[in-house]
Design a protein. Structure first.
Length: 348
């Protein structure tokens, strides 16, 4: 299992890709599989690392170093690996030198240069994390789809009733400024959890920082697991007004497992993840998101948090993700083409 060299696996704070890799690694081990994890630092049990600490901000040469080192290490394993699951693009050119078949999971939105790069590696089994992500990559003909999954026990049912929450990168595509405007217009307190990356500072200074100073808005920066679980469990709603083709959006599942509904715009994977009236609501007009938030935050409002969590457990559990990947691994090892079907989570 080749994770990124940019964030530890598991991530102490920010790191959606790394969290999914960690959940998959633990789930596979629980199912009896022997998994060697390549990450950074001494961040996980039974892991190997080239770099003693995360390389941040992301830098392609370090990614290539990390991938090449991992492939070399795999050649020395005894017994040899049955399959390599790679989560970084730098591993793809190394496929001819790898000691086992490789599958590659795409964790990013469509990028033209990367899409062109991927067309040179058609023999690698590629995996999208949503059907929408797959639709936006028509050049990649043999691409499967596996929705992310989490261990439900790590996200207990919360009582709700507290402030609304925005949790994520403070980046224009995540639209925290829109979340703040919606909460303020609805008259609902908002907790903003997240930080701006180096490449989003101008946006943060222009659009987000002035709004963070407004009444009713509390910014707490990036949060770790315990803080995140408490925030989501106490929230009346998670605001997710994204303005991009989000490949998945793991925080939606974290909220739903906590029993907290998600209020989101209809972009990227959102229509695949949220079931209207059960796990959240989808609107493209801020005024409708505002009205629904005001309703959810009203005293005595009865949203069925238990039903929300139950549905999230059915569709986005770690065990379901592991089962989907194990089936894909078996077909890849056997050299058979993967049947292209909607994500299992949609068929639950």
């Amino acid at each position: 299992m080749i994770s990124t060299p940019f964030v530890a696996t598991p991530p102490p704070r920010y790191g959606g890709t790394e969290l999914v890799v960690w959940e998959l690694t633990l789930g596979l081990r629980d199912a009896g599989h022997d998994v060697t994890l390549f990450t950074v630092g001494r961040s996980a049990h039974q892991s190997r690392s080239l770099y003693p600490a995360p390389v941040w901000p992301p830098e392609p040469y370090h990614e290539f170093n990390h991938a090449a080192w991992a492939i070399a290490e795999l050649h020395a394993l005894d017994p040899a690996p049955d399959l390599i699951h790679c989560h970084i693009p730098a591993g793809l050119p190394l496929t001819p030198f790898a000691p086992a078949p490789m599958i590659y999971t795409l964790h990013h939105q469509r990028e033209e240069q990367l899409t062109h790069f991927y067309t040179y590696h058609r023999k690698v089994q590629m995996v999208a994390v949503s059907d929408r992500q797959r639709q936006l990559l028509p050049e990649l003909e043999n691409i499967a789809c596996v929705h992310h999954g989490l261990l439900p026990a790590r996200y207990p049912l919360g009582s709700g009733g507290g402030p609304a929450v925005f949790l994520g990168r403070l980046a224009p595509e995540k639209a925290p400024h829109v979340a703040i405007d919606i909460a303020r217009a609805a008259g609902v307190p908002l907790i903003v959890a997240g930080a701006a990356h180096w490449n989003d500072r101008a946006y943060f200074d222009r659009e987000v920082a002035p709004r963070l100073a407004a009444d009713g808005v509390t910014w707490i920066g990036e949060v770790g697991y315990s803080e995140k679980v408490e925030l989501l469990g106490n929230a009346c709603a998670l605001l997710f007004p994204i303005d991009w083709e989000e490949p998945f959006g793991l925080v939606m599942v974290e909220a739903m497992l906590s029993g907290t509904p998600v209020l989101a715009t209809s972009r990227g994977s959102v229509p695949e993840i949220i079931e209207s009236g059960v796990t959240g609501w989808i609107y493209d007009e801020p005024r409708l998101l505002e009205a629904k938030l005001r309703e959810l935050a009203a005293p005595g409002h009865s949203f069925d948090r238990s039903a929300c969590r139950a549905r999230a457990r059915e569709r986005f559990s770690r065990s379901r993700m592991v089962s989907d990947y194990v089936a894909l691994y078996a077909r890849t090892i056997a050299g058979r083409e993967v049947e292209i079907a909607p994500a299992t989570a949609d068929r639950a």
